[in-house]
Ligand binder design. Structure first.
Ligand SMILES: [Zn+2]
Length: 198
């Protein structure tokens, strides 16, 4: 049985990493099958690849093959003088604050996408962008590519559309943050732990 998005998000924190990765893969494959019932090139009904080991839907009419596609998204923990940037997103149903994140556009590097998202959503510039890990994000078929960054210039000005509120938060005065299970939460937890060691 597959969980719906909401249930999956709630259960994520209870899963081991291996359980999460398996469940995420199952969701992404189911979504890919559902989106590729008909050929995107000629409209004929797609069929399974002749080789069951090959994860592809193939068009019997024109030969087009559709493989699962992943849409990368970038996410950053931005630090300024021991405090981190958190914001509330207009599209989230829950009231949690989270990190700056967004999809990578065509033709962009991860780093360019990260700087653009931070500029668009928070109106600041950052430096020292460093890779901080990744996590498959099956809502429905993405992967979060995580960075840490340091504030360089500008003052927070939420765009008012995607982001309705933002601020710099000290580790001992955080608002409601994402539940365990997401890479956002892991980065926030790691930041808190690193400050405790100082
Ligand atoms: Zn076709």
């Amino acid at each position: 049985m597959m969980y719906d998005d909401r249930t999956f998000r709630l259960r994520m924190g209870e899963m081991t990493e291996r359980e999460f990765l398996e469940a995420a893969k199952e969701r992404e494959i189911a979504h890919w099958r559902e989106r590729n019932r008909f050929c995107g090139r000629c409209g004929a009904e797609m069929a399974a690849h002749a080789d069951p080991a090959e994860r592809a839907r193939v068009c019997p009419s024109c030969g087009f093959a559709a493989y699962p596609a992943i849409a990368p998204a970038v996410i950053a923990l931005v630090e300024r003088d021991g405090r981190i940037l958190l914001q509330r997103n207009a599209h989230y149903r829950h009231a949690n604050w989270s990190l700056v994140a967004g999809f990578v556009d065509v033709g962009e590097s991860f780093e360019d996408a990260m700087r653009r998202e931070i500029r668009e959503e928070a109106s600041i510039e950052v430096g020292n962008l460093r890779y901080a890990g990744s996590q498959p994000w099956p809502f429905p078929s993405s992967i979060m590519v995580a960075f840490t960054a340091e504030w360089a210039s500008g003052e927070l000005r939420p765009d008012g559309e995607e982001v309705i509120e933002s601020g710099w938060f000290a580790p001992d005065a955080l608002p409601a943050i994402p539940p365990p299970g997401s890479i956002a939460r892991r980065m926030i937890d790691e930041f808190i732990a690193s400050r405790r060691r100082l």
